[in-house]
Design a protein around this ligand. Structure first.
Ligand code: PLP
Length: 400
């Protein structure tokens, strides 16, 4: 049955991760992976998460029954409230159809399946560059993919004119995937005024925004402040889909916990949308996992735990900000050719190094600092112990 198949080459990120994993060098640095690491290079479990799990374990009334296909009710309500704000008119008017999903990836997949089945938009616009999986997801559901420019590599800044020109000529009724903040991979976001212009075009061209909020918190350090853009669109009565993930902001990567919110024009439509998403969920995995949803719901329903979580998130983000500053200081102290200030100005987990693919390969192959050939580095991999080595290695590959 299966002998006719040809092997598919692994994604660059998987391939590189495997090479890093196998590298015996004591100097090796993982600048690939989009998951937070402490200064000791360890994964971090939030104290708020540990406390939430303690409460789950000590509650003898809890069982492990299936939950409904749309997910844990209290999780859906609290995740929607922290995202859109408790007083959001769309919530009060019951215009949001919410599903607990297998994190942000599951939300994007369910959302795109829903759009393909019931809207069949002429295209899905995805930023270039962007998180690689968007293209895979859009192709997988069989919708036409169009890339909109996002990044001016030469100038190391947002290609705002490119975004506007492309979206202005977009096919009416298309879907546009918009990362709300701390864009992966560039670490550069539109300004508030630029968002205003994007919103205007979304209205004019009747585009359907599909917001990806995977990095909420990673820009300002505050989850709710970072939700400003998505709240603004929703409060301005723009119908949209929102993918929410608790992987990065609560460190719940492996628990696969997130949500899909479909913001509709009225309650009746939201209820109909809900019934139409249910069969997509039944036929993929029946119902979502329980544990992660309980962890998040406990945190979001307790003011003390929310406070604890938010403080920890601030701390985590500050470490990365410090690493950005330190890296530029080290590069400058070494007289490394080039202007590296964009690293400090960048936001979130990633920065896009302005170096050639050959220089990236050399960083990985010769200096054991594993970086994608696009130049994307995860700041999470940098710490006070390896920062001098990373800077020296960058200098070595860029020097003529
Ligand atoms: N969106 C972006 C931009 C990402 O970088 C990622 C993961 O790296 C995701 C969504 C999905 O993450 P998850 O499925 O863990 O929520």
């Amino acid at each position: 049955f299966f002998a006719h198949m040809k092997a598919i080459t692994p994604q660059p990120v998987e391939d590189l991760f495997f090479r890093w994993f196998q590298d015996p060098s004591p100097y090796k640095v993982n600048l690939i992976i989009g998951a937070y690491r402490t200064d000791e290079e360890k994964p971090y479990v939030f104290e708020a998460v540990k406390e939430s799990e303690r409460r789950i374990l000590s509650n003898s009334n809890l069982n492990k029954e299936y939950i409904q296909s749309s997910g844990l009710d209290i999780f859906n309500k609290s995740s929607c409230a922290i995202l859109l704000g408790k007083t959001c008119p769309a919530i009060i008017e019951k215009r949001v159809a919410t599903f607990q999903t297998l994190s942000g990836s599951g939300s994007l997949r369910i959302g795109l399946e829903f759009l393909k089945t019931h809207i069949n938009p002429p295209a899905v616009y995805v930023s270039d560059p962007s998180w690689n999986n968007y293209s895979l997801l859009v192709n997988q559901v069989g919708l036409p993919l169009i890339k909109y420019p996002y990044w001016n590599k030469l100038r190391g800044e947002l290609d705002f004119d490119g975004i506007i020109n492309c979206l202005q000529s977009a096919l009416e009724g298309s879907v546009v995937i918009l990362q709300v903040c701390a864009q992966n991979p560039t670490g550069v976001d539109p300004t508030l005024m630029q968002w205003d212009r994007i919103e205007q075009i979304v209205k004019e061209k009747k585009l359907i925004p599909f917001f990806d909020t995977a990095y909420l918190g990673w820009s300002s350090g505050d989850y709710e402040d970072d939700a400003y853009i998505v709240r603004k669109f929703v409060n301005n009565d723009i119908q949209c889909l929102i993918s929410q993930s608790f992987s990065k902001c609560m460190g719940l990567y492996g628990e696969r916990v997130g949500a899909l919110h479909v913001v509709c024009s009225n309650q009746e439509t939201a209820e109909i949308v809900h019934t139409n998403i249910l069969p997509i969920v039944y036929t993929m995995y029946l119902s979502p996992p329980l544990h992660g949803a309980r962890i998040v719901a406990n945190i979001l329903s307790d003011d003390e735990l929310i406070k604890q979580w938010k403080n920890e998130l601030k701390f985590v983000i500050q470490r990365l900000k410090d690493m950005r500053i330190r890296l530029v200081e080290e590069l400058t102290a070494l007289n490394t050719p080039g202007d590296w200030s964009y690293i400090v100005n960048g936001i979130g987990m990633f920065s896009n190094l302005q170096i050639t693919p050959e220089q990236c390969s050399s960083l990985s192959d010769k200096y054991h600092c594993y970086v994608l050939n696009t130049g994307r580095i995860s700041i999470c991999g940098i710490n006070t112990k390896n920062i001098k080595y990373v800077a020296k290695s960058i200098k070595a590959v860029v020097e003529p």
